[in-house]
Design a protein around this ligand. Structure first.
Ligand code: DGJ
Length: 472
């Protein structure tokens, strides 16, 4: 059948330049060429990444780290349902109770699984025999004076000058109450606790290095306010230890950061001021000091719907005008940042108050982004998926590098006890960077440029005995 010449029909040849025409075969060959180049590029980047993974894998297959990567089983059994009177059963539509409900129920029959009795406390001062240096996540952990460590939502500074670790955190040794019916459980501000250690296991109480203000109600540190997630870094230019923290009122509407400084790691710190960084609301936060001494603040903002990241000024006393919104719409809090092999990593939690939720790992080639989400880093065997999906019933606060062991870090988390916040526990676990990520990324043809972050559950574990605590 003869086709009619239709002026609206697309020409079968492509117009390349004005005046010249390319035939269909040329276009097809161009396309084939383009696809070949794309495949080659893909192959090369894949090979690079494979070799990077192989490099990491050989490091993480270091025999000393192997036992930290054993996937331990955890099978927490739900207790049998409690008897309810027929009337009570009618009143409330029944929803299946979850392990998280059990965790949050202070009268749960399996309370001891989440909050082992004080009799089982880890006491580094006693003769522990074969138990020396072992972490028992979730157990009460005593300082060198025999008191439970009070450093919640904390972070660790390795002080090169004294070759000592300092652990700073919320000192919460007071009664838990609700300021009003709908308010979150709280403890009045007491201050920032500081503990020192050479081995990350035996901790000496250095006292409250930034204390609450008992009288002046207008003061940020007045006991009726909120002081959370303090972190300290050292500024070698000013020779000051600089503390940043989340400062808020009891309803979490002030949403600010506070800054304090000291000439020694054990304080006392002098409180300078609070502000909303970059004119944004700021709640959970952390700070991170990079190898080039640039420090960054990372905070949950826009009602916790996104994170903001920005460099601090040279003195680490203020933010600069530079800020980047990241993980927009992902509703993450409790950021903990670390760096490995030139890549930046971050662990975050979801936003469910004191209740545990699923952690996520993120990675970026630069602190200012792009930050990509890699999924849940928690690894545990057994039938308790909830345990994994609730960060082992805890919420991250900081990640500490283990010097001398490539790719090995300690993930520090809080197992909050909203019924009695002072009895919140610490969950410290090995975090290892290495191996291929679980999920391909859409934009980079399925080959992300970084490795998997894994946090391995252990009921009992220790750092490699060869580790001597210092930078090598
Ligand atoms: C979750 C945050 O991560 C904690 O620091 C604390 O602010 C609680 N929310 C309060 O509910």
């Amino acid at each position: 059948m003869k086709m009619r010449n239709n002026k609206y029909r697309k020409p079968t040849s492509l117009r390349c330049n004005a005046g010249s025409r390319c035939s269909t075969p040329v276009a097809v060959w161009a396309l084939v060429g383009f696809l070949i180049v794309l495949q080659l590029w893909n192959l090369i980047s894949h090979t690079n990444i494979q070799s990077k993974h192989a490099h990491h894998s050989s490091m993480i297959h270091h025999p000393l780290l192997r036992e930290l990567q054993v996937v331990e089983e955890e099978n927490i059994q739900m207790p049998p349902p409690r008897r309810r009177s027929p009337r009570a059963a009618k009143r409330k539509p029944k929803r299946a109770t979850t392990l998280v409900d059990e965790f949050l129920d202070e009268n749960s029959q399996i309370r001891h699984v989440f909050f082992p009795s004080a009799k089982m406390a880890v006491d580094p001062t006693k003769d522990n025999g074969n138990d020396s240096f072992y972490y028992y996540p979730g157990r009460v952990w005593l300082d060198t004076e025999g008191n439970p460590i009070q450093a919640h939502g904390g972070g660790i500074l390795y002080d090169e000058r004294s070759e000592t670790y300092y652990w700073y955190g919320e000192y919460k040794d007071g009664p838990t109450y609700h300021a009003h019916k709908k308010g979150a459980a709280r403890v009045d501000v007491i201050g920032v606790g500081c503990y020192s250690s050479k081995d990350l296991w035996t901790w000496k109480n250095e006292g409250i290095v930034l204390a609450a203000e008992p009288e002046n109600e207008a003061h940020d540190l007045h006991k009726s306010n909120i002081l959370e997630r303090p972190k300290v870094i050292y500024n070698s230019k000013t020779a000051k230890y600089v503390m940043w923290m989340h400062i808020d009122d009891t309803n979490y509407t002030k949403a600010s950061v506070g800054v304090a400084t000291s000439s020694t790691p054990v304080g006392p710190f002098t409180y300078l001021h609070s502000k909303r960084p970059h004119n944004s609301d700021s709640r959970d936060m952390t700070i991170f000091k990079d190898d080039d001494n640039t420090a960054y603040i990372i905070y949950s903002s826009d009602d916790n719907s996104e994170l903001h990241i920005g460099p601090l000024d040279k003195d680490y006393l203020d933010v600069t005008g530079v800020v980047r919104r990241v993980l927009v719409g992902q509703h993450r809090e409790a950021p903990a940042v670390f760096k490995y092999d030139g890549t930046y990593y971050m662990i975050t939690s979801g936003c469910t108050g004191w209740a545990p939720n699923e952690a996520r790992a993120h990675a970026a080639e630069s602190m200012m982004g792009n930050w990509e989400t890699m999924g849940d880093p928690c690894v545990v065997g057994g039938n308790s998926k909830v345990f994994r999906f609730a960060t082992f019933f805890s919420q991250g606060s900081f990640v500490v590098p283990v010097f001398g062991f490539e790719g090995l870090f300690v993930f520090m988390a809080d197992r909050w006890n909203p019924a009695d916040l002072r009895d919140s526990r610490y969950v410290w676990l090995p975090l290892i960077v290495g191996g291929a990520v679980d999920r391909p990324l859409d934009y980079s043809f399925g080959f992300p440029l970084w490795s998997r972050v894994s946090i391995y559950w252990h009921r009992r574990w220790r750092l490699p005995p060869q580790w001597n605590g210092n930078i090598v």
